[in-house]
Design a protein around this ligand. Structure first.
Ligand SMILES: [Zn+2]
Length: 318
């Protein structure tokens, strides 16, 4: 029996490795002709592919239960229940329609000392940050774009306010003001279902820092903030934590300190869309916007296999 067992095992090995690798593919609709990134994963196995649909993703093994894809211009596509067979399979995936998130910027302070109204140059700088942020969100396949709430009036000069709740935020202190006083301010200045961002003189004494106060739809920015920090704080609104090592290093938008932020990993992009702590699965996608796609899930701790690894990169090199 022993020798027969060995012979059978050898046959299995030949079947697995002696013949050309079978190919499973993913056919993607809505983004024909574009380069797609695909990941398939389960309890531990993961295959990836990048290319024009249908995308070859190698041979998917038993235990792989999730498949997702991202592309420029759409939220990620996801299927949690495609049944893979031992033969060649082609899984269909459809990208959701493009999604927009409104953003409103309330300027409580526009210069050192908060002594004057907002200079036109400040608006020019912030408009440029808006354009840059949308470019990065698009290039990194983040799945949504920002939309200026109120059009050109997306930046509201509130520097003349005498409301003590608002003026008390100008020298923002995380311990004191986050999130209670920020919530109070949001009851005075706020657009529903939008990202409401407050520009102040400084955050914890730093004019170039920001804070999201662990909210899904609010942020604070020092008056001297860079475009990278602007987008970084929004990343927190969409569930992302800080990146300390790897994942593109200082180029990662979620790096705590960096002057060269520009990229998200694919794992971060999936969390922006799917994490139940992302603003996209909270108030930002409630009426009048379309309802959130039914894919939100816990991506952390023991449930982290619900999402692909956060350091997954499908495009680019760090
Ligand atoms: Zn941060």
């Amino acid at each position: 029996m022993l020798s027969r067992h060995i012979a059978v095992s050898a046959l299995v090995i030949v079947a697995q490795f002696g013949s050309p690798r079978a190919a499973d593919t993913v056919t993607l609709t809505n983004a024909a002709g574009d380069e797609n990134g695909v990941v398939a994963w389960g309890s531990r196995i993961q295959e990836t592919g990048v290319g024009i649909s249908p995308v070859d993703i190698g041979k998917i093994s038993k235990g792989v239960t999730h498949i997702a894809s991202c592309v420029v211009g759409h939220p990620p596509a996801l299927d949690d229940s495609f049944t893979w067979t031992p033969g060649d399979d082609d899984a269909p995936l459809t990208y959701p329609e493009p999604f927009r998130v409104s953003i409103k910027l309330w300027v409580l302070c526009a210069n050192a000392g908060c002594t004057s109204p907002m200079d036109p140059a400040v608006k020019t700088t912030l408009d440029a940050c808006f354009v840059w942020a949308n470019e990065r969100l698009r290039e990194e396949r983040a799945g949504f774009s920002l939309e200026q709430s109120g059009g050109d009036a997306w930046i509201s000069d509130e520097t003349a306010t005498t409301d003590s709740t608002l003026t008390s935020l100008r020298q923002f202190d995380t311990q004191r003001d986050c999130p209670k006083n920020l919530s109070k301010a949001s009851r005075i200045l706020s657009v529903d279902h939008a990202l409401n961002v407050f520009m102040v003189e400084s955050v914890d004494g730093e004019t170039g820092d920001g804070n999201s106060c662990d909210t899904q739809d609010r942020a604070i920015l020092g008056h001297d903030v860079s475009c990278g920090t602007f987008l970084h704080e929004l990343g927190h609104n969409f569930s992302l934590g800080h990146v300390w090592t790897g994942m593109g290093g200082e180029k990662n938008i979620m790096r705590k300190w960096s002057d060269t932020r520009e990229l998200f990993t694919a794992g971060q992009v999936f969390r922006i869309a799917f994490s139940d702590t992302s603003g996209l699965n909270g108030t930002l996608t409630k009426n009048p916007n379309p309802t959130p796609w039914p894919a939100s899930r816990n991506c952390d701790g023991s449930a982290k296999q619900n999402c692909p690894p956060i350091d997954l990169m499908l495009w680019g090199t760090p």
